[in-house]
Design a protein around this ligand. Structure first.
Ligand SMILES: Nc1ncnc2c1ncn2[C@@H]1O[C@H](COP(=O)(O)OP(=O)(O)OP(=O)(O)O)[C@@H](O)[C@H]1O
Ligand SMILES: [Mg+2]
Length: 232
């Protein structure tokens, strides 16, 4: 489903070149639950942005469901993004003046496709994330964990198969972290492919595969079985 081959990303400013991703090769099948780990500045967010079609690599091939997305135009890319990918960020990126319901509906507004049942769908997603009673609260009236749950409902509005989450619990306390992680477990259980950046070993334990980055490269890729055997 996801196939990265020889992905490189280099930032240029003037004469200065910063190589950030170096020859990344990664295959992820449908329904996997992957944790992406590694110290700060190693390129995790850069890689997630490429996976999420928010950014393009300098070099290499990114095949998503058989399509080389590197070759797509910006508008084709945003179609792919809308159809297949839900993105959850560390900073929730909600519109402060809009209520939870409107925030969840936002991707549809951008996509220019507003199906007649959209509002019902947004309401049922907010119910799924446990915010049925808070639909008309604005972000400022919600806790951090609740805001992130709104952001997760928003990521699900187009029913994407892939959920990408870049440190979704980085700004949350322990209790909210557990709630959010249980929500991701549930989504994975429903058949979504989940790829999540985390610094937290406990959080990574929920994933079925842990991929580690160091200095722009993938340095380890282990399944849950391998990790459990090593831990014994
Ligand atoms: N626009 C840019 N121009 C130049 N360098 C950049 C740019 N964006 C990111 N970088 C560099 O790319 C490297 C990787 O950044 P990235 O955000 O992917 O790291 P990360 O692994 O997500 O780190 P963290 O755990 O702190 O979030 C960093 O060294 C950063 O300075
Ligand atoms: Mg990051």
């Amino acid at each position: 489903m996801i196939r990265l081959e020889g992905i490189e990303k280099t930032y240029r400013s003037g004469d200065l070149e910063t190589p950030v991703l170096k020859n990344i090769n990664l295959h992820i099948s449908r329904g996997e639950y992957v944790a992406l780990m590694g110290s700060s500045g190693t390129g995790k967010s850069t890689l997630m942005n490429i996976l999420g079609c928010l950014d393009v690599p300098t070099k290499g091939r990114y095949e998503l469901d058989g399509v080389d997305v590197v070759k797509l135009t910006d508008s084709e890319l945003s179609l792919v993004r809308n159809e297949k990918i839900g993105f959850v960020f560390q900073q929730f990126h909600l519109l402060p003046k809009s209520d939870a319901l409107t925030n969840v509906l936002l991707p549809l507004v951008y996509a220019d496709s507003y199906p007649p049942n959209a509002k019902k769908r947004a309401e049922s997603l907010l119910t799924l994330v446990g915010l049925r009673e808070r639909m008309h609260y604005r972000p400022g009236q919600l806790s951090g964990g609740q805001r992130q749950r709104v952001a997760i409902a928003r990521a699900l509005i187009n029913d994407p198969r892939i959920i990408l989450a870049d440190e979704p619990t980085g700004n949350l306390d322990k209790t909210s972290t557990v709630e959010i992680m249980e929500l991701f477990d549930k989504l994975h259980g429903q058949g979504h492919t989940v790829i999540m950046v985390t610094h937290d070993e406990e959080t990574a334990k929920r994933a079925h595969r842990v991929v580690e980055m160091s200095d722009g490269q993938l340095v380890s890729d282990r399944s849950r079985e391998e990790l459990d055997t090593e831990g014994k």
